[in-house]
Design a protein around this ligand. Structure first.
Ligand SMILES: [Zn+2]
Ligand SMILES: [Zn+2]
Length: 416
């Protein structure tokens, strides 16, 4: 018996995850994401086969941004993922309209995708034409799944993390052995800095800024990173007003509606009640930054969103600070700011006088996590995807005796 694993995206890159698995009984797609470009988006390769079902691992655009293109098939995911999907795709449509590019899908397709959702819980198994698929907790964010297929024949990790964060519990690596592993390898070459030290470094930076009567800007990803930061700020008892702007506010409301998906039941809402957290909208932005405060808003890589308006007003104020708390993809405005200290304001590159620092609050597996999971699963075949250094890592695994691949965008035949 053979199975085919086809890589339609996330091959030698981060973004547009799309892994098609074909067996004698079923054709199943795991994730169908997009990759944002400076002007436009990249989609996964088109699929010619009739697919029986789409499984979405979690609510991030690189895993679901192309989903409306797969029309009229059941979509399996955690219920919270359907809310994130609506939020992200509505925003994607808005940006495409603003910037004047075609996505190949519209509002109607997003609505019809919503109607096709079938919700799964952690540890639930569904059958697609008699092919069993089981979802387990990936520890990446609320509602994030890894998927087993054909019992333990194949495991697709989606994005995962073994270590706990403040928001969610890490994934349990003791899940038996698998034959074929398709795994994210974003951080295959390095470990994250110690989380507690990183939190303290951030707190020192915030304290320094507020002592100087400055505003602390925290450009961040709306979904799960905003809420992680709320929990960190709560842990250190920050008294200053914290403003949440744009999509970060909607994402926080969604997460608050699922208290059971947080490591500590309802922790985000409780933290918000203890802290002085307020949602802010466009007309009030100018007013709130007249006094020292913390602003959490997107986009995380300064590629759009409310953060640009705050940067416009505060970039030349040396008492203000910018804390980048997420991965900065080369080519983005956030990456450029870190490299050159410059940013484009009103179409001109200017030197940013506010202090800029980068912090690592990643919700991805570290190199240690990745190696630990491989060790526990003891797979025969490993496909390294969702990474910039998949070739180097696959070579390293080959030297350890695994059949490891940095897959091309094509199909691989696997013996069951
Ligand atoms: Zn993710
Ligand atoms: Zn991802």
């Amino acid at each position: 018996m053979k199975m085919e694993v086809c890589f339609k995206g996330a091959a030698k890159e981060v973004g547009r995850s799309a892994i098609l698995v074909k067996t004698a009984k079923a054709k199943v797609m795991f994730d169908y994401g997009l990759k944002p470009l400076p002007k436009g988006v990249d989609f996964p390769e088109k699929v010619n086969d009739k697919i029986d079902a789409l499984f979405i691992s979690h609510g991030h655009l690189d895993h679901l941004g192309a989903a409306p293109l797969l029309k009229d098939i059941p979509v399996y995911a955690h219920e919270i993922t359907s809310h994130f999907t609506r939020l992200l795709l509505t925003d994607t449509l808005k940006i495409a309209k603003q910037d004047g590019y075609e996505l190949g899908y519209g509002e109607e397709d997003v609505k019809s995708l919503q109607r096709n959702f079938q919700f799964m819980e952690y540890d639930e198994t569904v059958s697609i034409n008699g092919e069993k698929i089981k979802a387990i907790d990936a520890g990446h964010m609320p509602g994030s799944f890894m998927f087993f297929m054909k019992d333990q024949s194949l495991l697709y990790t989606g994005d995962f993390k073994l270590e706990d964060t403040r928001l969610v519990k890490g994934a349990n690596p003791d899940i038996g052995q698998v034959k074929t592993l398709v795994m994210e390898t974003t951080y295959s070459d390095r470990d994250h800095p110690d989380r507690e030290k990183e939190e303290k470094r951030l707190m020192d930076f915030i304290k320094q800024t507020l002592d100087n009567d400055g505003v602390m800007l925290m450009p961040t990803f709306a979904i799960s990173r905003t809420q992680e930061l709320i929990l960190v700020l709560n842990e250190y008892g920050i008294k200053t007003p914290i403003y949440i702007d744009g999509m970060s506010a909607s994402a926080t409301e969604i997460i608050n509606a699922y208290p059971e998906l947080q490591k500590e039941y309802n922790s985000v809402k409780k933290a918000m009640q203890r802290l002085d957290v307020r949602y802010v909208d466009a007309p009030n932005r100018k007013k709130i930054i007249k006094k020292p405060c913390i602003v959490i808003t997107g986009s995380g890589m300064l590629e759009g969103g409310a953060i640009l308006e705050y940067m416009k007003r505060l970039h030349d104020n040396e008492n203000c600070s910018v804390a980048l708390t997420g991965f900065q993809v080369p080519g983005t405005a956030g990456f450029k700011l870190l490299q050159t200290g410059q940013m484009s304001i009103n179409g001109k590159d200017v030197k940013v006088k506010a202090t800029v620092k980068k912090f690592d609050f990643s919700s991805h597996a570290s190199r240690t996590d990745i190696l630990e999971l491989i060790d526990k699963l003891n797979p025969e075949n490993i496909f390294c995807v969702h990474g910039e250094k998949t070739e180097e890592f696959a070579d390293e695994l080959k030297n350890k005796g695994y059949n490891a691949y940095s897959p091309e965008r094509k199909c691989y035949k696997i013996n069951l």
